[in-house]
Design a protein around this ligand. Structure first.
Ligand SMILES: Cc1cc2nc3c(=O)[nH]c(=O)nc-3n(C[C@H](O)[C@H](O)[C@H](O)COP(=O)(O)OP(=O)(O)OC[C@H]3O[C@@H](n4cnc5c(N)ncnc54)[C@H](O)[C@@H]3O)c2cc1C
Length: 830
């Protein structure tokens, strides 16, 4: 066996095999794959093989689409038939809300080029008469997907990989990883059969590899332990049952009836497909337990758990309701296997936290569907430094070091159970909450806060009167919360509001090398001492990796504020870049101070009046004036007894300050502000109103307008890019040019709905872009959105259409910052 390779892939399931294949196809000719047992002996062997294109996430939709297209080509390349049955996929809706969900999903499908059709109950009945349809509202049909044989597709990828030079070694288990500073030394043990068990032999060796990818499926916890990292990838039990042949189905097929598509009755929480004249039923039931939270026992090989029929009785009954002929047939087979999950149901794909050249591909719950695309995009990331799509939503570092086993278990069980729930865009999941709370949490809760969760933090989404039910308020249209958010947004435009922004990510970067480093690391000019700049760190491809508000505290000391959802993701990138650059720029220290600083944002024309009530200064009447405290500056001030690092910026685009304060004094400061605000009618405001307001100012948000699929130039932020200096990613950004451009649109949409930021944009019949954010504008009294369109259309006044609820609605591109374009209200003196 070769002992030095460029890339070592650990795990021979569908995912690892696809990664090895794509690394070779991408041009790496020295790739090895190690499997501790046989290829497909993990979860891959017992998967049902469904390949659903349906997915609410833009990145995952691209991944699934790639897989489906790729699998269709494999036979030609390898001569192996992967058993792809393109029978289509029919998602039925029992309720209007479910149809709304499908219509929102259809927008995502359109933006990714995934074909779909609508079907009425009568059309379904006409084509597949065994299906009961009288209680259906309709369905969405994907004609191009279906199901595949998971083992066959893996073997075809393995053959393709071998043909491209990949070495595949079975019965070798990875038992240790050691980073030498330039490569990985991977200790591997030969596994042998002993009495039906697979056990380690005495034969070990060390393989050195420049890059390692782990795709170890249910063994992710062991892998994490070997690497000294944390991952929330923990399996949950998933079962499917296979019935005896159904005479009605057999007869229908004999009469020339078309094979049923994969049927999904989401409201009943199951999928069903044909299998040799019978049916396979796969439920996503309640109470499926997590397994192997601390690792897979040695005795568990390609094994299954016992069937728990009671747990899936409800779903079984509902299958009989939907396909009445299935009542007569008995069970032939059952499968209850571990299916790996993560708290949000998305896999963990990308660089491992804190480690170099170590890539994770773990936590796949739709691993057969995702394998092809994961291999393709991860290979791009590894070989070229970036992928065509923004992989951030799959990045392993979206969970920070606060994450624990109990958390992962609770959330993974929830994610499993939620596979078929209505995926309201305003959904907030309940498990493992509250967990990370800022000190003012109880006060906010008492004031009616309806919390959302960001990176584990509880953050008020909005405030509502006592007894309000956020659950019942969720909708694909304007939910029950909408009118409360309108009032909050108005309060900031017309009076004053207080927002908790404690979840912001904060880093302190200082030392003799700090200035030169940050000048290279970010694209805008660095601020002078006491001033603030908005700036971007770029990827090697010139796209946006992180947005920072940089405050220069001293000549060589900087306070960096970035998005709250991305603390570990930002920290890892920053720390690694600093380590790389210390030899060039000199010593730099970097600390994640996120949990040391609370943040309140006070904004609105009366915000200065509220602060004036409690600010302490030799000349309190002028301390907050434009002269002493101009826009885009920072001052250390005292609010009562609380020392505050006040920053004159406002993400809402109104006169305002961010009040960064010692976390242990948060409740004191909250009480001071609330008491002072009473006289001025101050309202408590949540993140949803803030999100609407920032769109009126065309402020791009990280994770929507800003990400690794667009450069800051494409985000149309020239005023924050200093082309006179050299910075990381500059040449790539310039070479990329402008593929699409970020715009703000005012939308004449349906009376009862606003866009969510996933909708397709049209010019006549031609798709010309997509929304990335959406909401309601209180300043303009209509829906608002931000998104990307072809550069030639990115001109104020251009009239386009936006697809919402399967209809095209008028919208118009506005100038940047349609509200207060000259920033007069932000700069207001007083
Ligand atoms: C009942 C059931 C039905 C399913 N149906 C579907 C479906 O219809 N569609 C779909 O997309 N998904 C489905 N899934 C999920 C799917 O099976 C998984 O997502 C997928 O198989 C994951 O592939 P993988 O390569 O990540 O992991 P695995 O297939 O588990 O492969 C991981 C491999 O890594 C090896 N390994 C682990 N540690 C080491 C080590 N240290 N050294 C060497 N090798 C190691 C293991 O032996 C294993 O072979 C289903 C799952 C279940 C349980």
């Amino acid at each position: 066996m070769k002992t030095h390779v460029k890339a070592l892939v650990v795990g021979g399931g569908a995912v690892g095999t696809s990664i090895a294949y794509h690394l070779a196809r991408g041009g790496w000719d020295d790739v090895m794959l190690l499997e501790r047992d046989e290829l497909t002996s993990g979860s891959t062997w017992h998967a049902a093989g469904l390949l659903p294109l349906f997915n609410m996430s833009y990145a995952t939709t691209h991944i699934h689409k790639y897989s489906v297209d790729f699998y269709k080509t494999l036979e030609e390349e390898t001569g192996l038939n992967a058993g792809f049955s393109i029978v289509g996929n029919l998602r039925m809706a029992q309720t209007d809300a479910r149809m709304d969900e499908y219509m929102l999903y259809a927008s995502t499908a359109e933006t990714a080029g995934v074909p779909y059709e609508w079907m009425t109950p009568a059309q379904i009945k006409d084509r597949w008469p065994l299906v009961r349809t009288e209680d259906l509202k309709g369905a969405i049909f994907h004609p191009t997907d279906g199901y595949i044989n998971p083992a066959d597709v893996t073997m075809a990828m393995a053959k393709g990989a071998r043909q491209r030079g990949v070495m595949i070694e079975r019965k070798w288990q990875v038992d240790g990883y050691h980073w030498t500073g330039s490569e990985w030394q991977v200790t591997v043990t030969k596994m042998v059969e002993k009495g039906g068990n697979l056990v380690p032999s005495d034969e070990t060796t060390v393989i050195t590899a420049e890059h390692v990818v782990t795709a170890t499926g249910n063994h992710a916890q062991r892998t994490a332990r070997l690497l000294g990292i944390k991952t929330p990838a923990i399996p949950v039990e998933h079962q499917f049952i296979v019935t005896e042949p159904d005479p009605a189905l057999v007869e229908y097929r004999k009469q020339g009836g078309a094979e049923h598509p994969v049927l999904r009755d989401a409201d009943a929480k199951w999928y069903v497909r044909e299998e040799r004249g019978g049916w396979i039923l796969g439920p996503y039931e309640r109470n499926a337990p997590a397994r192997f939270a601390y690792g897979v026992p040695d005795s568990f090989r390609a094994d299954l758990f016992p069937l728990d029929l009671e747990r899936i009785e409800e779903e079984y009954m509902s299958m009989i309701h939907r396909i009445p002929s299935s009542e007569e047939v008995g069970l032939k087979d059952d499968y209850n296997g571990p299916i790996c999950y993560t708290p949000d149901g998305n896999p963990l794909v990308g660089p491992a936290p804190g480690l170099r050249n170590m890539w994770l591909a773990e936590g796949f719950s739709f691993g057969i569907t995702a394998a092809g695309g994961t291999g393709y995009y991860l290979a791009q990331l590894m070989i070229e430094g970036e992928a065509e799509i923004d992989m951030a939503s799959l990045d392993p570092k979206r969970y920070g070091s606060w994450m624990t086993t109990d958390y992962a278990v609770a959330k993974n069980e929830e994610a499993y159970e939620h596979v078929y729930i209505l995926h309201h865009p305003d959904e907030e999941r309940e498990a493992a909450r509250p967990l990370r709370t800022s000190p003012a949490y109880d006060r906010q809760k008492a004031a009616g806060a309806q919390f959302g969760q960001v990176n584990g933090w509880e953050r008020p989404n909005y405030y509502a009167p006592e007894g309000f039910d956020d659950h019942a308020a969720r909708s694909f249209r304007r939910g029950g919360w909408w009118s409360h958010v309108v009032e909050e947004a108005k309060a900031i435009r017309e009076g004053v509001g207080l927002i908790d922004a404690t979840a912001f990510t904060k880093h302190l970067v200082k030392g003799p090398g700090a200035t030169a480093f940050l000048d290279w690391f970010t694209c805008n000019k660095l601020p002078k001492v006491g001033r603030i700049n908005l700036t971007y760190a770029l990827t090697t491809a010139g796209t946006t990796r992180t947005e920072y508000t940089i405050v220069r505290l001293a000549e060589d000391e900087y306070y960096l504020v970035s998005a709250g959802a991305w603390t570990a993701y930002d920290s890892d990138f920053l720390q690694k870049a600093i380590e790389d650059k210390i030899p060039e720029f000199g010593w730099i220290s970097c600390h994640d101070v996120t949990t040391q600083w609370g943040v309140f944002a006070i904004a609105g024309p009366k915000s200065r009046d509220v602060l004036n009530e409690i600010v302490r200064d030799a000349e309190p009447e002028t301390v907050l004036s434009n002269k002493r405290f101009p826009w885009l500056t920072m001052r250390e001030i005292e609010l009562g007894m609380c020392p505050v690092r006040a920053i004159r910026v406002a993400y809402t685009g109104e006169l305002g300050w961010e009040l960064h304060h010692p976390i242990e004094m948060q409740n004191y400061l909250w009480d001071q502000l609330v008491a002072a605000g009473e006289k001025h009618g101050m309202k408590l405001v949540g993140a949803r109103a803030q999100n609407w307001l920032r769109q009126e100012k065309s402020y791009r948000a990280f994770g929507t307008e800003l990400g690794r699929d667009a450069t800051p130039a494409e985000a149309d932020l020239p005023r924050f890019i200093d082309l006179a200096k050299e910075f990381h990613g500059k040449a790539a950004m310039e070479a990329t040019g402008i593929r699409a451009k970020c715009v703000t649109l005012l939308i004449d949409g349906p009376e009862d709905a606003d866009p969510w930021g996933r909708e397709a944009l049209y010019d006549g019949d031609t798709k010309v872009g997509r929304l990335t954010s959406g909401g309601y504008s209180v300043a303009f009294g209509k829906s608002i959105g931000m998104g990307y369109v072809s550069p030639d259309l990115a001109v104020p006044g251009t009239k386009l259409k936006v697809k919402m609820f399967d209809q095209l609605w008028d919208c118009e591109i506005t100038e940047d910052s349609p509200y207060d374009p000259k920033n007069e209200v932000i700069r207001k003196d007083g």
